[in-house]
Design a protein around this ligand. Sequence first.
Ligand code: SF4
Ligand code: SF4
Length: 332
Amino acid sequence: MPRHPLPDWSLPAEQTALIPDISGNTINGLGERAKRRPEIVYWDSPDGLAHGPLQGYFYARYFDSPEIKAAYSADRGPEELSPVAATRVERTPSEWTAAIKTETRVLGAEMVGITAVRREWVYEGHTVAEPWLVIMGLVMDQPRVAMAPSTAEHTTSAVEVAVHIARIDKSSKLLANWVREQGYDAVPRPGQRASGDIMLLPAALEAGFGELGKHGSIIHPVYGSSFRLAAISTDMPLVADAPIDFGADDFCTNCNVCSAACPPDAIFQDKQWVRGDRKWYVDFDKCVPYFNDHYGCGICIADCPWSLPGVAQGLASKLERRRIRKGETGSR
Ligand code: SF4
Ligand code: SF4
């Protein structure tokens, strides 16, 4: 589906006035070679965040759209968590792992993976008491995502994202309640637009969801990047999944579709040091003003070749055949 023409855009004075003195990249740890825990930059209560006023600007526009507001505010699932059952159902970690993955899929997630919580993913000043994360991914409708970016006149892509923000919030609450009814603790962690206590993206990579792409999102070997993440943390005994390597990282080295398509030129061509890891990184300060004026933007996700319907699996198989020819191995 062809994208509507991109409207001309320059940073409006109204946003310029809200940009804080400190760079979001500095808070994120861009250029830092030493490991440290992350700090929340944007998606939390705006009070006390340097970028809180910019977030307020985003939401004022976002909820000004009746279609987005309705999708975002749709059924968010139970308001209260179930009490943890007094008697635990006893099963082996393998049995619980199979059962919770089945339940996650029953709740509508196409993707599910498990990893142990790592302190390095937990935001500074926050804690996660439970030892396990069950990550879920809900796949969005690519033709609707491909309409990014949204504008006041064309909100299709933003509505699709908002629908999935609501869906995944509900699914994570229902999964947490299912676990609690088995006698184990569980906390829903509904993901983006609410950072919560822990970064879900590195946890999802560890749980086998895919590889980090140049556009700063995960590339999955079947679903590309058009999906939303959420999780629960739990003390239910589980078995961890393993990260996968199917060649997407190498592919990004020689592809610049997302960086060429990004209107504010926010996507770095090369990997950057960020809190002790060298990885793909999106310039927060360049992305956010455009993101704010375009209801979450998403051009980089929409245009990534892995996100095109039916493309990812063929691309992953081609990369695997190439690796076999070269005598290299990946893991899927
Ligand atoms: S568009 Fe290309 S460079 Fe960007 S994330 Fe997708 S594959 Fe990687
Ligand atoms: S969301 Fe938009 S502005 Fe931000 S990196 Fe992606 S394409 Fe660029």
